[in-house]
Design a protein around this ligand. Structure first.
Ligand code: RP5
Length: 164
C-alpha cells in the first residue's frame, strides 16, 4: 500500500497531528511524520515533496499555523494529492492559517480541511488511498459503521443522562 506522508511546520502542531496519526493507525495505513517548514527549512520541505512519489507516498497531509504556506509549498512541488490542515495559532483563532492554506491559485490545489481538523485529514487521505485498495475501502466502511453506532448509543442514553 502507498504511504501517507505527514508534514508539520513545527512541533507545536503535534497535538493536531496526533489526531491524524490515531486514525491512520486505526485504519492500518503506513505513514511517515516529519517537521519541515515552508519558511524555516524550505529546502527540506521541497525535497520531501519532489521525491514523495518515488519514495512510495500516495498522499500528503501538511499542517501549519499562522502564515500557513506549507501545504501550498508542498503542493507546488508534487502532483500527489495534498491535504492541508490549518492549525489554530495564538492569535486570530486560526483564520490566518485557514485563509493561507485554502486560498490557493488555480493550478496548484490543496484540499483544505477544517481548522485543527487532523482526524478528517487522515480520513480524507484514507479515502484517496482506498480508490485503488478495496481492503482499505472495507476498513473505512467498517469505521463509518462503528462511528455511527457510537452516535446511536448516545441517542439511546441521552434522555437517561438528562433524567427525563
Ligand atoms: C507555523 O508557525 C507552524 O506550523 C506553527 O503552527 C506556527 C508556530 O510555530 P512555532 O513558533 O510554535 O514553532 O510555521
Amino acid at each position: 500500500m502507498k504511504k501517507a506522508g505527514i508534514v508539520m511546520g513545527s512541533d507545536s502542531d503535534l497535538p493536531i497531528i496526533e489526531k491524524a496519526v490515531k486514525v491512520l493507525k486505526e485504519l492500518d495505513i503506513p505513514y511517515e511524520v516529519h517537521i519541515y517548514s515552508a519558511h524555516r527549512t524550505p529546502a527540506e520541505a521541497r525535497d520531501f515533496a519532489v521525491n514523495a512519489r518515488r519514495n512510495g507516498f500516495g498522499v500528503i497531509i501538511a499542517a501549519a499555523g499562522m502564515a500557513a504556506h506549507l501545504a501550498g509549498a508542498i503542493a507546488a512541488n508534487t502532483t500527489l494529492p495534498v491535504i492541508g490542515i490549518p492549525c489554530k495559532g495564538p492569535v486570530l483563532d486560526g483564520m490566518d492559517a485557514l485563509l493561507s492554506t485554502v486560498q490557493m491559485p488555480t493550478g496548484i490545489p490543496v484540499a483544505t480541511v477544517a481548522i485543527n481538523g487532523g482526524a478528517n485529514a487522515a480520513l480524507l487521505a484514507a479515502q484517496i488511498l482506498a480508490v485503488e485498495d478495496v481492503e482499505l475501502a472495507a476498513r473505512l466502511d467498517a469505521k463509518r459503521a462503528k462511528d455511527a453506532a457510537a452516535v446511536l448509543e448516545k441517542d439511546s442514553s441521552v434522555e437517561t443522562r438528562l433524567d427525563i
